[in-house]
Ligand binder design. Structure first.
Ligand SMILES: Cc1cc2nc3c(=O)[nH]c(=O)nc-3n(C[C@H](O)[C@H](O)[C@H](O)COP(=O)(O)OP(=O)(O)OC[C@H]3O[C@@H](n4cnc5c(N)ncnc54)[C@H](O)[C@@H]3O)c2cc1C
Length: 303
């Protein structure tokens, strides 16, 4: 079958990968280069965040956990498996997505100020290098890439079209349930941190520290702002909170700043309508859901 995947973020590229392996003739069309997508900005931690519904997200996350764990044994994929912990100021129940991880246990040596926490090993993906690896895999399978701003999916000549346009679906298919939730991050040099750390309920907003070997992604924010430029005051506040959480970060050289807009929807849209398979609205968890969703997309493409 001839399949055109529209979108070259983590969702489009992963779907294309699965579809090639299933024996389809696949093309990728995209408005932006993969380095300029929201996916390229992501921290890259496997963690179900700002994505629903809970049952499907748990299933997709579990499948992705397995696939990324397999990829983590190959250094060229830029995927590693790292232990880490999420800390809370109050006791919390088990996370709703707990079934997606093989082993999750309570933190016993809680730092001062925290009342609870859980720790587990999670895949961490270095972006945009991981997207680069996916693109190389597709190129090796002779998948053509076309730079194209699609205005109407009905104009795309294919047996099946996969709509993996992320936030672009808002205009492309007029989806008003889709909103962009702004996230700002700071990248610093990795001083050799062993694991990732999240503060699940910091009173001033999200706090996360995701070491990836060459850099550490420090975050973050989640708001409705429209400005694509990093705000220096927000960056300073992010770094302050991250150093409070992980003091070894103090003085780490800043490598860069970035802003992205998470494609948030009340529920991820993954369904087939005619010859179009929609797969977008993965919120703050596109990497976390990518392989699980691609499996479902491949099933829907096959009919
Ligand atoms: C600061 C930040 C940190 C994050 N951290 C994590 C994390 O640690 N873990 C995690 O799992 N997730 C994380 N996320 C979320 C993750 O980045 C997104 O869920 C994911 O990138 C969505 O991927 P996507 O492929 O759907 O969209 P995108 O990456 O935005 O790609 C969409 C693609 O569609 C193309 N497109 C759009 N409209 C059109 C059109 N009309 N015609 C042709 N092409 C079109 C674009 O050019 C692009 O290629 C983070 C997000 C942010 C902002």
């Amino acid at each position: 079958m001839r399949v055109v995947v529209v979108g070259a973020g983590v969702i489009g590229l992963t779907c294309a990968h699965r579809l090639v392996r299933a024996g389809h003739r696949v093309e990728v069309w995209s408005r932006d280069a993969f380095e300029d997508t929201t996916s390229a900005v992501a921290g890259g931690l496997w963690y179900p965040y700002l994505a629903k519904p809970e049952d499907a997200v748990t299933r997709w996350s579990a499948a992705t956990y397995d696939m990324l764990s397999i990829l983590s044994v190959r250094p060229e994929t830029n995927v590693t498996l790292r232990r880490g912990r999420e800390l809370f100021r109050e006791p919390v129940p088990d996370p709703w997505w707990m079934a997606a991880v093989p082993r999750l246990r309570r933190v016993r040596d809680l730092p001062p100020g925290y009342a609870d926490g859980y720790e587990f090993a999670a895949p961490v993906v270095r972006l945009p290098a991981y997207l680069h690896w996916l693109v190389d895999e597709l190129a090796a399978a002779d998948v053509p890439f076309t730079h194209q701003d699609v205005r109407d999916l009905a104009d795309v000549p294919a047996d099946v079209v996969v709509n993996a346009t992320g936030l672009g679906a808002r205009e492309l298919v007029g989806d008003r349930e889709l909103t962009g939730v702004r996230g700002q991050v700071v990248r610093v040099a990795d001083p050799g941190l062993a694991g990732w750390t999240l503060d699940g309920e910091h009173p001033d907003g999200d706090v996360y520290v995701i070491p990836r070997g060459t850099d550490v992604v420090c975050g973050g924010t989640a708001d409705a702002g429209p400005d694509p430029r990093p705000d220096p005051d927000v960056a300073a506040a992010i770094l302050r909170r991250c150093v409070e959480l992980v003091p070894e970060l103090a003085g780490a050289p800043v490598l860069g700043h970035a802003v992205g807009f998470r494609p948030v929807r009340p529920e991820v849209r993954l369904e087939r309508v005619g010859n179009v398979v929609h797969c977008y609205g993965h919120g703050g968890a596109g990497i976390t859901l990518s392989w699980g969703c691609a499996d479902d997309v491949a099933r829907l493409v096959a009919g």
